[in-house]
Design a binder for this molecule. Structure first.
Ligand SMILES: Cc1cc2nc3c(=O)[nH]c(=O)nc-3n(C[C@H](O)[C@H](O)[C@H](O)COP(=O)(O)OP(=O)(O)OC[C@H]3O[C@@H](n4cnc5c(N)ncnc54)[C@H](O)[C@@H]3O)c2cc1C
Length: 400
């Protein structure tokens, strides 16, 4: 398995030291999939995570994420078939179910560019008229001038289970996962040296997939990435009557785009996690330092929750318009909402995957594959040009 060799395995009181074929920083869904692909390609891989797993401090925790084919930008739409296939492969390898197909309704004002983009990616025959919408999603109201579309491939990915599965398969392929071990220093070179809270590791290639912490990790490497961590309120809303939001069965997921009252968009998932609680979230949050995520002074206004309450009153009247449960998660947004998947502009054996802007979970199997391919110096199986670091001006600090 691989060419990496452990050197000088230390006694417990001394720092760990070892050499690998590849090191990945961050055991969220993106780093874990990158490590999984490397291990499947027989590279001796170390996956490092600062917190003890499982944890709920980053972006990949919780039980559910939406997956879908409908995407306004064809670049992502073209990746989705590969992603569905790779999720299925993981289900088979881990002998577990990670996806529930529920279908997805996309709604918004007729002519909205994002809605039109989704229509383009799905095909014109996916428009739902009022009768078809009422059959598929009786709890959802459409207003004058709005249209809805149906994406039959849409559904729910079981997020926590998926993260566990990809890490289990990674380990089964010989990968090493060390949690509770924070990376403190990265020394670039033909062989990169990584110093953590308990060890020193070396490898000829490194992938950084550190979620909301990525900006801080790459700053000493001379990069100023325009990454904005956001604190997201993950809200669950109680059905007034059991099953009232979906006529008693598991209803579809939905996305609402282009609404004046919710300019960043709203999305929802059926009551799968908590009985009678439907997950409905605003696709935006408050800027935050990930280290300070939970330091919210009491009484701080929550404009997102106010937007959601108003949305629920007018679009989902079968739900109580006050959240029953509010959990917390992090987005890491780029200015254009698109991912960063690229080599460091100066150190081409350091690969960075970041800025998943609240829509990266469904694509993680493909993102991991692309990060793996970049790290091995291969032609990526989907173009990564649109995800280049240098699309943002001034990212490279003059000192390097
Ligand atoms: C509320 C919410 C809903 C979402 N819904 C959807 C959805 O429906 N569909 C969809 O496709 N996407 C969705 N997303 C987005 C998706 O979940 C994220 O894009 C994805 O989880 C990002 O994963 P990541 O691996 O980049 O980050 P993370 O999961 O945060 O992983 C990064 C890891 O790096 C570790 N780390 C950081 N610094 C260090 C260090 N110095 N040393 C060691 N380890 C370190 C962190 O502890 C963390 O575990 C949602 C996100 C949120 C928050």
């Amino acid at each position: 398995m691989g060419t990496g060799t452990r050197t000088d395995m230390a006694a417990p009181s001394q720092p760990q030291q070892a050499t690998y074929d590849a090191i990945v920083i961050g055991a969220g869904i993106q780093g874990s999939f990158a490590a999984y692909h490397l291990a499947q390609r027989h590279r001796d891989t170390l996956l490092l995570e600062q917190f003890i797993l499982p944890h709920s401090r980053g972006s990949s925790h919780g039980q559910s994420r939406i997956t879908r084919s409908a995407y306004a930008w064809m670049l992502y739409a073209r990746m989705m078939p590969d992603s569905f296939r790779l999720w299925q492969r993981l289900e088979a390898e881990a002998s577990t179910s990670l996806y529930r197909q529920t279908g997805l309704v996309v709604l918004g004002p007729a002519g909205d560019p994002e809605l039109e983009g989704c229509r383009h990616s799905l095909g014109a025959d996916h428009v739902l008229d009022a009768t078809a919408l009422a059959q598929r999603f009786p709890g959802l109201r459409l207003h004058a001038g709005e249209v809805a579309m149906w994406d039959g491939t849409g559904g729910v990915l079981f997020a926590d289970r998926a993260l566990r599965a990809v890490q289990d398969v990674f380990r089964r392929h010989g990968g090493t996962l060390r949690d509770g071990e924070k990376v403190l220093r990265i020394e670039p070179g033909a062989v990169i040296t990584i110093t953590t809270t308990t060890g020193v590791y070396r490898a000829p290639r490194l992938i950084i997939a550190a979620g909301a912490w990525t900006g801080a990790i790459v700053a000493p490497l001379g990069l100023r990435l325009p990454l904005q961590p956001l604190r997201i309120d993950v809200c669950y809303w109680r059905e007034k009557e059991p099953g009232s939001s979906s006529a008693g069965r598991v209803g579809p997921c939905f996305m609402a785009v282009g609404l004046n009252q919710a300019p960043h968009g709203v999305y929802g998932l059926p009551a799968l996690e908590y009985p009678r609680l439907v997950k409905v979230c605003y696709h935006h949050g408050s800027p935050v330092d990930p280290e300070e995520r939970d330091r919210v002074p009491p009484g701080t206004p929550r404009p997102d929750v106010a937007i959601l309450s108003s949305f629920i009153s007018s679009y989902l009247p079968g739900l109580e318009p006050r959240p029953a449960v509010v959990e917390t998660c992090l987005y890491t947004n780029t200015p254009d909402g698109d991912f960063i998947l690229d080599r460091h502009p100066k150190f081409n054996n350091i690969i960075i995957g970041a800025g998943f802007s609240g829509h990266g979970f469904k694509l993680a199997p493909v993102v991991g594959k692309l990060l793996c391919e970049l790290s091995l110096g291969e032609e990526p199986s989907h173009s990564t040009a649109p995800f280049a670091i240098t699309r943002f001006p001034g990212v490279l600090r003059a000192a390097l």
